[in-house]
Design a binder for this molecule. Structure first.
Ligand code: ADP
Ligand code: MG
Ligand code: MG
Length: 909
């Protein structure tokens, strides 16, 4: 065992155009590590280093710090030696020190969710060696103060103490800036930087009770362990929960030779994208800063400059910077360092071609030499996702199937959100303009703290800048607004990833956290004030702006066309009204999988007749009330059939317990009593009589139709008459009548008999006929078990996975909020089974039901009509089970169509 453990490779080296790993090893090396290896191997200049595998993170969680370090020690020391020989310097040396970074990196990119420390290896002595070696005192001391700051915050826990407080190191810096009457970090003198180092270390000692670690190996192990710990930090936990990433993936640790963007005016650092992450436009873009390091660009402390000249001009127009000012103070990299730009442009093209996907890259220029520090498939908005994939396909970089597989179906949702009404927008008062960081329209009430994003129903989160701690609040807010930071700032990148409307770098805003105000041109806006954001133009607008439905054309339509080339499983919709049916049809729905008839009864003019029916004591009384409901139901069905002409429409007979329809308040009870000419007491008695201990398992579904057959009769008559009425107008209706909540064969048989007899009666009366099907929902476990028997008569099955999940788990959906969130937080359940179909458990019933049903009736039509029908992983599952269709809410139809196509492609081989 011992021996085996030690034979395992835990450290993978890269650098100097070679690597132990490659990009296919993301699970083991993390995305960042795998791509660093790949880039090194294909000749991109990457500073040498090594990756400690994600498996070690899991080992660390089991074994703890000491044992993990012992397991790693030999390999890490060897790998450091390798860097030393490539860089010609020595880790921990006082005269010729090698400095390194320790970077996190899980198998999927989680930007800013975990920790990274730069400039390890510095202490009071090596800083002097570094200054001497580089002949650059300023650089050496600037690196040292950054190191203490980062290490202090990440490894030693030097964080702000409350949300109104600023970072303890920032506070010291602000203090010194005030004293020295300067504004920028770059204005500090060497002596200032030395003072900062002294004060920083002092602050560390005061707060932690320990001296700042001077031994470079202590620094290294401290940082490695801190990176492992950050996998279980609050930010990472939240992000993992949001995306459903399991805890046992772990993070890798990348240790890499430092390269310096802060060595003066021929150095710098930046971030770039091979295409526009907001719109998808095929335009290389990004931001950089001269004489800066690492996170400076993303943190939005200084105003970053654009990489390309095109981008720079666009930016200047938005920021209202005159051309001469732009050239003097904010030139693009293309203009300032044309050689470096050319080289970078070459790498971005090479990397996009190599990965056949839009790349998001980090680079650093050290004294005129370009280094690439990271590449990954870039996060993008839903609109950009569609455009980029379709463009790559048209550019013949990828096939149509690959284009489909590049899409995350859920992100299509963003394209279906409302946009500002152009007319309303013309009248709107724009108070300022920032950068259009993430397109979209948002209206909400101002809040200034991420943890208060739920203070109002719709909020706009306004911050000076955002940080990874703000993630949850950013998710809740309708839109995000920052005063600082560029198109690659934290706020911008995260918002695009979420598909959330965002305006960044609106320099005209003065945000005051203490007073919770935002001031623009002397006018003050307070918490709770309504603000609108146009993320596509960067306009910040006072008050609310009306919205309209978006237009879906261009690339979206092409995407849907390609989907239909491959999707074999159909997509229907759940729709209760002609309006919903029309919307769904415009999104490509191929029929209705579920029409719930009860919703029709809740409307004002109908609920009265419905209540009379329920309160009636005799069959005769019930029939009289039902006769009033008949024409209303018939016209509802006519509307739906017409909207869905030529396509199948599944109608479910009355399903909910009757007590949902009766009045529970004294006032309404009185009105009902008067209307019906009965006593209040009689109404009260009836309401009490309908009360159930467990309505979910009570008198509902086909149990209603089996005890009150006249309800089934009326509904069948309404359906058949509606279809015949349309036939007379040459409109083809294809009803599929669905009996809910069947558990026993005879429950089905009894209802079916009534349906067929009623239909025949109507056919006779009209002397005309239509085709229709009768089938059932499979939503009680027993129905799945008895599916072979039920299929003797049923012509179709539709899995009602909401109830099926509820009854299989024994969780009442209406009460699950008391324990499900805790179960998810504790990891007792990995996913909410009401959102994502539980394939292992509930899935067994779905598979068995389908198989048994088709044993009896090989051409049995099978579909799903629960909430799961629009959830991508569940749709893929339904495909594998062999369903004919999934049915989902209208706005999820495009998502389901894409998911269905993806399922067919993925499962073809
Ligand atoms: P994240 O995953 O949050 O982006 P990174 O590990 O990429 O964190 O590092 C944070 C910043 O530090 C990035 O801007 C990165 O480019 C920079 N950085 C990391 N390692 C080095 C290095 N060896 N030399 C120079 N800059 C580095
Ligand atoms: Mg990074
Ligand atoms: Mg049900």
């Amino acid at each position: 065992m011992e021996v085996m453990e030690n034979l395992k490779t835990r450290v993978f080296k890269f650098g100097d155009n070679s690597a132990d790993g490659n990009s296919s090893m993301k699970n083991l090396l993390g995305g960042k590590g795998a791509n660093l290896a790949e880039m090194s191997a294909i000749g991109i200049p990457v500073p040498p280093g090594f990756t400690i595998t994600t498996e070690v993170c899991t080992e660390y969680n089991l074994l703890g710090e000491e044992a993990t370090i012992n397991l790693l020690k030999d390999e890490v020391e060897q790998a450091i030696e390798n860097i030393e020989s490539l860089m010609g310097s020595k880790y921990g040396d006082e005269e010729n020190p090698l400095l390194i970074s320790v970077r996190s990196g899980a198998r999927v990119s989680m930007p800013g969710m975990m920790d990274t420390v730069l400039n390890l290896g510095l202490n009071d002595r090596s800083v002097i060696g570094l200054a001497y070696k580089t002949k650059n005192d300023r650089f050496a001391w600037d690196s040292y103060r950054r190191f203490i700051q980062m290490y202090g915050s990440v490894v030693l826990g030097m964080k702000p103490e409350s949300k109104e407080d600023i970072d303890p190191f920032e506070e010291i810096m602000e203090h010194l800036k005030e004293k020295r009457r300067i504004q920028l970090d770059t204005e500090f003198t060497v002596q200032d930087l030395k003072d900062l180092v002294y004060d920083f270390k002092d602050a560390v000692k005061k707060r932690t009770g320990h001296d700042f670690p001077t031994n470079p190996w202590d620094q290294l192990w401290g940082a490695v362990i801190a990176v492992f710990n950050s996998w279980n930090g609050d930010r990472a936990l939240y992000y993992r929960k949001m995306h459903g990433y399991p805890a046992d993936w772990g993070t890798a640790v990348n240790v890499q030779a430092m390269v310096y963007g802060n060595m003066g005016d021929n150095s710098g650092t930046g971030v770039c994208f091979t295409r526009d992450a907001g719109t998808g436009e095929n335009q290389f873009n990004g931001e950089y800063l001269i004489n800066a390091q690492g996170e400076d660009v993303v943190a939005g402390v200084r105003t970053p400059q654009q990489i390309t000249k095109t981008g720079s001009k666009r930016w200047a127009e938005l920021a209202q910077v005159e051309e001469h000012n732009r050239i003097a103070n904010y030139p693009s990299l293309e203009e300032l360092m044309p050689e470096i730009y050319k080289e970078l442009d070459g790498y971005q093209k090479k990397l996009e071609l190599h990965y056949r996907n839009m790349q998001d890259m980090e680079f650093t220029i050290q004294e005129g030499k370009l280094w690439i520090l990271q590449t990954r498939n870039g996060k993008r908005t839903g609109a950009a996702m569609v455009k980029i994939a379709i463009d790559l396909y048209k550019e013949r970089l990828i096939t149509d199937k690959e284009a489909l597989l590049l899409m995350e179906p859920n992100k299509l949702d963003e394209l279906l959100h409302p946009v500002f009404d152009l007319k309303a927008l013309k009248k709107a008062h724009s108070i300022a303009q920032g950068l259009p960081a993430s397109p979209g329209a948002a209206t909400g009430q101002l809040v200034f703290f991420a943890d208060e994003a739920d203070k109002f129903k719709y909020t706009i989160l306004a911050r000076i800048e955002t940080s990874p701690e703000d993630l949850e609040g950013m998710h809740i807010a309708k839109g995000i607004l920052t005063a600082r930071g560029g198109m690659t700032s934290h706020a911008a990148v995260v918002a695009r990833g979420m598909g959330k409307c965002c305006i960044s770098g609106a320099g005209a805003l003065k945000i005051d956290y203490k007073n919770r105000t935002m001031t623009v041109d002397g006018k003050e806006y307070h918490e709770g004030d309504w603000i609108s954001l146009n993320g596509s133009t960067g306009h910040i607008i006072e008050g609310k702006v009306a919205t309209v439905e978006p237009e879906l054309s261009g690339e979206f339509a092409e995407l849907m066309d390609i989907s239909d080339r491959y999707a074999t499983m159909e997509v229907r919709t759940n729709a209760d009204t002609p309006k919903d049916a029309k919307i769904a049809r415009s999104f490509g729905a191929q029929g209705i999988g579920l029409t719930r008839t009860e919703h029709m009864f809740f409307e004002v003019d109908r609920i009265k007749a419905m209540r009379e029916m329920i309160l009636a004591d005799t069959v005769k009384g019930r029939k009289r009330a039902l006769a009033e409901l008949l024409p209303m139901q018939r016209s509802d069905f006519e509307g739906i059939f017409e909207a869905m002409h030529d396509l199948p429409v599944t109608i479910r007979l009355l399903d909910p317990p009757l007590h949902e329809f009766v009045p529970h308040q004294l006032e309404t009870q009185k009105v009902l009593a008067d209307d019906m000419h009965i006593s209040l007491q009689a109404v009260k008695n009836k309401v009490a009589e309908l009360e159930e201990f467990n309505p979910m398992l009570g008198h509902r579904g086909c149990r209603l139709g089996n005890t009150y057959p006249e309800i089934t009769e009326m509904q069948t008559r309404a359906i058949i008459e509606a279809a015949l009425n349309l036939k007379a107008k040459d409109i083809v209706a294809k009803p599929e009548i669905m009996i809910p909540l069947v558990g026993a064969y005879n429950e089905y048989v009894e209802q079916e008999r009534i349906i067929r007899e009623t239909a025949d009666k109507v056919f006779n009366e009209r002397n005309d006929k239509i085709e229709f099907l009768v089938g059932t929902m499979i939503e009680i476990p027993r129905a799945a078990l008895m599916a072979d028997v039920i299929a003797e008569r049923a012509e179709f099955f539709s899995f009602g996975t909401n109830d099926l999940t509820q009854m299989t788990f024994g969780y009442s959906r209406d009460d699950a909020n008391k324990f499900l969130p805790i179960y998810l937080a504790k990891g007792i359940l990995k996913q909410d089974p009401f959102e994502v179909l539980d394939q292992e458990g509930v899935g067994q019933l779905v598979e068995m039901g389908t198989k048994k049903g088709r044993q009896t009736k090989p051409n049995l039509k099978v579909g799903i009509c629960g909430e799961h029908g629009g959830e991508p992983s569940s749709v893929e599952y339904c495909y594998r089970v062999g369903m004919d269709y999934v049915s989902c809410s209208p706005f999820r139809v495009p998502i389901a169509r894409l998911s269905s196509a993806q399922a067919a492609i993925k499962n073809a081989s």
